[in-house]
Design a protein around this ligand. Structure first.
Ligand code: ADP
Length: 497
């Protein structure tokens, strides 16, 4: 199975055996464009070229014949918006990347008109410039192409859709339900583009792709790429693929990805659960026409706090060194670090909050601060998980983890202790790619059910929580005080400006 993982900074191709073992991989980075402060673009050609190069190199490294590949799955950076000419396939503008803030004012106007509750109720999303709808609107205005879009001469797509159009024979114009659920144009209940939302953004239906299941035969990889045709049988947004790759198939099953920030998703079964504290409701995947839903939350600053220790404070040489330094002390010595560099997200939502260090004493040293930074990643993730558990009505039995910072054993143990839950780290850390490979395997009939695909999930290590409940309560109390301090300071600052 070949997984194409098209991310924000690189395009990767990873081959897995039918037992879910990683066979070979290749990755190519590409340029980020920042035409103005807060604007982020990718060149569509770069997205496609690096993907094709990665495919060829991975197959070559694996030393296999392309005919041995049973199926291909595509997983991608979500929400990033492309518009291209239906006839030529030529993009009419650069890809507007999910991070791009250029459409913040479009969203603000909708909020001012009181549209937020309707948008949230229909799409599960909190109105924000991240999602594709406002980006499409901006792009059609900027290029003056509304008429051509209405005539069906243009295609909109997220990256999965763009790649499928260019890689698959017959140029299908298609996306999957997970990617569609991030556009802010899909109705979660009907699983279709929503007329009221299309009118609100004045986006013609004629430019929108068909919404396929997450595992479904999209078509055949054009033989121009590997000299043979191969079925493309899955499309999935990256976080959704990771949830699948972590075998989170039961309601309440949850995964957290520890990178620059954290992304937590919890399976909530066949019903979309709406939360009013800023969690998003999203399609986990859709199989045989049947959607499974998830709640999603993110921590803005996680691994980035460790980068800050390295790059600004200079108290460690590498992110990995945070573990040894923090292990020099048995606890943080009463120090709490709230890394609210860019404000606080769910459940507090205060964009004025800033980073806060509390509990410093004459004896506080580098090791205490490093430990407090690792703990902060775990506290913030725990706050999200508690919010999700409340919405769902019960606590998850365990937390599955992936991402770069999960290499840190101390962080994983702190997470188990702070959340009072077992933390399970899988052998394959490439869970996003594995997830879409398994979905592709399902699409081609290698696995009949998610449970069969799940047999490929192998535990690397289980981190069991400390049984000392009093200690946990004490720690959580300290964290809450520190967060309140950050919020109080934000309030005072707001009042004084
Ligand atoms: P992303 O996909 O967001 O770029 P990665 O999954 O590559 O992130 O993880 C990189 C992040 O994880 C960085 O912010 C880095 O500081 C942090 N990180 C990496 N290794 C460790 C470690 N051993 N301990 C703590 N943090 C780490």
């Amino acid at each position: 199975m070949l997984a194409l993982d098209q991310g924000t900074t690189s395009s990767r191709a990873i081959l897995f055996t039918d037992e879910g073992r990683l066979s070979a991989s290749a990755a190519f980075e590409f340029a980020q464009h920042y035409p103005r402060p807060g604007w982020v673009e990718h060149e569509p050609k770069d997205i496609l070229d690096t993907t094709v190069r990665a495919i060829r190199e991975a197959v070559q490294k694996a030393g296999i014949s392309p005919a041995q590949i049973a199926a291909i799955g595509i997983t991608n950076q979500r929400e990033t918006t492309l518009v291209w000419d239906r006839l030529t396939g030529e993009p009419v503008y650069n890809a507007i990347v999910w991070q791009c803030r250029r459409t913040a004012s479009i969203i603000q106007k909708l909020k001012d008109r009181g549209m937020a509750p309707m948008l949230h109720q229909k799409t599960g999303l909190v109105p924000d410039a991240y999602f594709s709808a406002s980006k499409i609107r901006w792009l059609l205005d900027e290029t003056n192409l509304q008429k051509r879009a209405e005539n069906g001469e243009l295609c909109f797509g997220t990256v999965d859709s763009y790649l499928a159009y260019h890689l698959v024979k017959g140029r299908p114009h298609v996306t999957d339900a997970t990617n569609a659920s991030r556009t802010m144009l899909m109705n979660l209940k009907t699983q279709d583009w929503d007329e009221e939302l299309l009118r609100l953004f004045n986006i013609p239906r004629a430019m929108l792709p068909r919404i396929a299941d997450t595992a479904e035969t999209i078509g055949m990889l054009d033989e121009a790429f590997l000299g043979t045709e191969i079925p493309v049988t899955a499309l999935a947004g990256d976080q959704h693929a990771a949830l699948f790759g972590q075998a989170c198939f039961e309601p309440g099953a949850v995964k957290n990805t520890y990178g620059t920030g954290c992304f937590m998703l919890m399976n909530t079964g066949d019903k979309p659960i709406q939360d009013d504290k800023g969690l998003l409701t999203t399609v986990a995947w859709r199989l045989n026409g049947k959607p499974t839903y998830a709640l999603e939350g993110s921590v803005f600053i996680a691994g980035a706090a460790i980068q800050w220790l390295r790059d600004e404070l200079g108290i460690i040489d590498s992110a990995g060194a945070s573990e040894d330094l923090a292990a020099q002390v048995k606890d943080s010595g009463g120090v709490y670090f709230v890394p609210a560099f860019t404000g606080l997200g769910a459940p507090h939502w205060d964009m004025y909050a800033r980073g806060t260090l509390t509990g410093l004493s004459r004896g506080t040293g580098r090791a205490h601060i490093a430990r407090a930074a690792l703990e902060a990643i775990a506290y913030q993730s725990n706050d999200l998980m508690r919010l999700m558990a409340k919405s769902l009505g019960h606590k998850p039995v365990s937390l599955k983890v992936d991402g770069g910072a999960t290499a840190n054993d101390l962080l994983m143990q702190l997470q188990a202790d702070i959340a009072g839950i077992s933390v399970l780290r899988p052998q394959v850390r490439e869970t996003t790619a594995l997830g879409v490979a398994l979905l592709a395997g399902m699409g081609v009939g290698l696995f009949g059910t998610p449970e069969q695909a799940a047999k490929t999930w192998q535990l690397d290590r289980r981190f069991t929580p400390d049984s000392n409940v009093d200690l946990r309560q004490k720690r959580l109390g300290g964290w809450e005080r520190a967060v309140k301090t950050a919020l109080f300071e934000a309030q005072l600052r707001k009042e004084s400006t």
